[in-house]
Structure formats: structure tokens, C-alpha cells
Design a binder for this molecule. Sequence first.
Ligand code: GDP
Length: 523
Amino acid sequence: MSINPEIAKRRTFAIVSHPDAGKTTITEKFLWFGKVIREAGHVRAKANRSYTVSDWMKIEQDRGISVSSSVLNFPFEGCWFNLVDTPGHQDFCEDTYRALTAVDSALVLIDSVNGVEKQTIKLMDVCRMRHTPIITFINKMDLDGRSVLDLIDQIESVLKIKAIPFTLPIGVGKLFKGVYCIADNTFNVYNAQSGHQEILQMSGPDDPKLVELCGENWVNQFREEYDVVTGGMDPFNHELFLKGEMCPVFFGSAVTGFGVRQLLNAFADLAPAPMPRETDKRTVDPSESDFSGFVFKIQANMDPKHRDRTAFIRICSGQFQRGDKVYHVRSERDVRLAAPTAFLAKDKEVIDTAWAGDIVGINDPGLFHIGDTLTKGEKMSFSGIPDFAPEYFARVTLLNPLKSKQLAKGLKELTEEGATQLYQPFKSAIPVIGVVGELQFDVLKFRLMSEYGADVSLDRIPSFGVRWIVGDPAEVEKFVTDNGGDCMRDKEERFVCLFPNEYRLTLAVKNYPELKFVETSLG
Ligand code: GDP
């Protein structure tokens, strides 16, 4: 099937990084290169971040962090980019993981000083599971960072992906001179003040002009690295890149915009347009004329003036027109998607047409769940939108007992957004919540109070982790009877066990050989 040009120019990606690696800074540069914003100033100190483009909830501003994921669009070199933001604070949440189910490729952003960090490793696991193509940018070359070969080695050994440098830096920190582009033998001169790039043609890495520009010591070091990189490493293979097994690596400095243009060019040239996606029935090609998509995120009350919920839909095939009627597979009902919104900065603008690869936010009357599929009538469901087992747990005790209805409503609505899981213990009436990142406890407490008037105390439950209990129903029931104190029901009424320690899990695996205790549920 020939691919529609509108779809072919879509690049839908997310940024995978650890807090402080420069995600917000580089996002602003992307918007600047896309001419969406006129000025990409320095990102101010965190506490002062209220103006940054992807912050929109009050709590984000109070904390100076980005809590909810947003979608930003910008054009560049004939391509249309959808950047799905990933909440990037220390205690990231399920939304961060789920954002990766909505993209076709990812930018891995690494701080040259800190190297590969914890959150990047966790997110990279999700990319690997999904075979997401990766492009890596090593940021902050204007600081005294780690050695080039050390960084490349870390990407390969820690992130477990073959790394192919497309550029190599010359100099580092205050003496950073620029990057050498291996494919076309150009040298991009770094200008700390303007961030502008002067591009000079070289005859090769031995060109004497390099020594004039950068000094002998730095050039000697660069030539050694060049020999290692070009001599010992595999050539870039686009097929392996598309399978998520090999990634191009770029070096630069996001704060000055240096190296960002090459990075965007790489996304335009190498990253895939929307690719076919699997459902439980068949593979869906993005160029099919019929619309299809799935909900990957739900967010309540984005606009404090209206108590609304927005469902974020990744379009997987066809074209979507404002006012179209679509089929909601789970409820077997037709729904009219009246006001899809595209998101840019704080402003919502209503859009008329969206294509496969795009993300649209639509008003949710309470109908949608994460993972729901929308089609033009076909009964199928997109697969691979997992529930991730939370890592932290707490009992929810209501402090103002007259608000029990509000609490129930708040817990239901906020957990439907997906960042928090709600459980009903088998032997107690006090609900339990589970989160992927600890910060979600604060977010939940804050929102239950500010949006629903329910003041709660969240009492942490020390535990090893939760597992779905899978197997023959009679066997599951036996387990639940024997271990009732640790068992709970999830939102889909499936049984889970909250193991207090690893020993108890090992014991369960040994004593109930017919049962499986699984960490990721595919619903
Ligand atoms: P995020 O947490 O990943 O969104 O990181 P930010 O974009 O907020 O950046 C964290 C800090 O690193 C900020 O103070 C930025 O100004 C700084 N930063 C970002 N990119 C660079 C860079 O290329 N060089 C230097 N020296 N600092 C940078």
C-alpha cells in the first residue's frame, strides 16, 4: 500500500531521559527550530519554571516540575513532528511509560557529565520491549563531561543497544570546539555566545585546518577516537535501527542549540513515519483509509475553569475529521468526536483534520479507559498497551468522613487517568493505591483535596511488589483464601497479591506451581 504523503511526513517521538539532562531545554530548541516560538531562552531555575511551554497544571508550577505529559507539534524540513512529552521528574509515573506506546521513535538524551542514569535505563527497557527506534543525543558538551569512548561504551553496555556516532566532538567543556560530522567530513564550529554553527568542509579527519581551529592536542585525541569509531565499529544499518537494535549518536549542547539541527535532520531522514500496528485481529496499516486509534492517556481537569476530562488518542490509521462518528469497541457504541484538540503550549486549538501518527485530545464524558480502541466499525483492539505493576503502595484513609462520596468519585476518576492504580483489599474496606513513582502520592493527595474536597491520609504499606495472579480460577481462589490478607482486586476485578517481601513471592511460586505471578498485565 503506498503511503499517503501526509502520513509519510509524520514523525511521532518522545524524549527518554533522566531529570536535568536537558529535556525541557531541547524541547524549547525544537520549537524554535520549528519556528513555533520566536525565542528559546534559557530554562530558568526549576522553582521559576512557570513559563515553560509544557507545564500546565498548577501543581507543576508549585513544584517547578513537569507532572503531566503533553503533546507538542512543530514542522521542520518538510516533516511534521509530534513530540509526546514524558513526565520527567525523579518519581516518574505510568504516564511516562505509556507515552512510549504512542510513539514511533524516541530520542535518548544523555547528560555528558552524568552519563547514562537510572530513569533512562528504566524507560529504555520499555523501548526495547517495543523495539522502538532510538536516536541518542549526548548533551552538555560545553561542560567537562566523560570521555567520548566511555559514553559510547556506556550506551552499549548499560542501554544494551549498538551505538554508532554520526558526529564526534573536538574539545570539551570551556574548550569545546565543535563537532566533526563523520558522513560528510564537515566540521561544525561551536560558538558559545551565539550558538550559531559555522559549517566548514574538511578533506578528512587529517585536514590541517582542524589543528588551526582546535589546537593539536584536541585534534590528536579526536583522531584517535575517530580511528576507534570508524575502524572498529559496525557501519550504520537502517534495518537494525528500525528494529531498535542500533542507534545513531550525536553530540551537542542544547542550551546553545548546538547540534540540535543535525539531530532534527536525523529524525526527519532516519526515524520512521507511522508504522503498522498490531491488533488482536490483524495488522493495521497507517495508510488504510478508515480511521483507527487508541487511548493512551486520560487526564482530568486540565482546564481549571471547566471540570473536564481529556482522552489522548494516538491515531493509527486513516484520517480523522472533526465531528466524525467513530466506533468505541469496548462499549460497542458509536461516539461523535466533536472537538478534538491539538496541543501546543498552554493553548488548546481545535483542529479539523488529523492523520495517522498524530495525537489528538478529545473531550471525555467518562467513557474512555486507557487502552480503548476506536475504529470505523471494525471490532478489534490494539495490543501492547500494558498495565505496569506499581512499585509503591498506600492505604487511603479519609480525614473528613462526610466526603466519602467525593473520595469515591475522585479515586475513580483519577485512577482512570492511569497514573495511579486503585485496589480493593480482599479483607478490608480501606482502599489501597499503587503508583509507579512516589511523587504520585503527593499529586493524588493534592488533587483529591483541590478537585474533590476530600482530605486524605496516605499510609504507606511497606512491600516487595504486586503481582497479578494468573491461572485456573479454582487454583486462584485457593490462593486467595490462603493468603487473603495480602490479596486485592484491581480495577478489572482481577486478583493481585501484594507481597510483603521477596521471600513470600518465592514461597508462593514454589507452593502454587500452577499459578503465575506476573508483573506486567496486558489487560
Ligand atoms: P530536564 O529536567 O531534563 O527538563 O532538564 P532542563 O532542560 O531543565 O535542564 C536542566 C539544567 O541543565 C538547566 O539548568 C539547563 O539550563 C541546563 N542545561 C540544559 N542543557 C544544557 C547544556 O547543553 N549545557 C549546559 N551547560 N547546561 C545545560
